[in-house]
Design a protein around this ligand. Sequence first.
Ligand code: NI
Length: 226
Amino acid sequence: MKKYLKISILIFSLFTIFFFVQNKYNKKTSLVFQENNSKKYVALTFDDGPHPKYTDMLLDGLKERNVKATFFVIGKNAQNNYNVLKRMIDEGHIIGNHTYSHKNLFLLKEKQILKEIDQTNQIIEAVSLKPVKYFRPSYGNYNAKIINLAQMEVVLWNVDSLDWKIRNSNRITRKVVSKVQNGSIILMHDIYKTSVKAAFKIIDELQKEGYEFVTIDKLLETSVEE
Ligand code: NI
């Protein structure tokens, strides 16, 4: 009788372990399946603001669509449009540093470069209460010296909307939508009305194609995992 009980317990335990392992395995495979097949991520980044009128307009539309974006602000503009900067942060967008006065950093001395970066971080951090993580140098100009001075993560882009030049929302939209892939970082500027209108069209079209709009930190995190 005792021996019979022991065997029963053993069989029961093996059965439980088998089910547990199989269940775990199934869960894991379905998760991988979802990640690879149905999730497409894209990040919208807006440079050179905040603008007193168009950034607010943009924030309204992003809120309506439940989209979070990344803003690389110019320190001077952030200082002059403090309420807009605060709204960006309050509404969950990520703020990066785009220098204080948008100078070409290649032409500046080390001390001046540091000032361009530090001043901007101070303005953002006074509102966000946390360190600024991302830096996008003006004109995308950077080298080892600038990276070393900034001590921040440099984030560029891989889809250029050329919105500053095109100034037609339909044409900007077509340009961006035709180039976007999973993991794209789109460069736009929230200082033109046509860019804001284009951003809404881009979001609406890409969401229909199954894209999810995420901030830079989420996109970079996802890229590392893959
Ligand atoms: Ni810029």
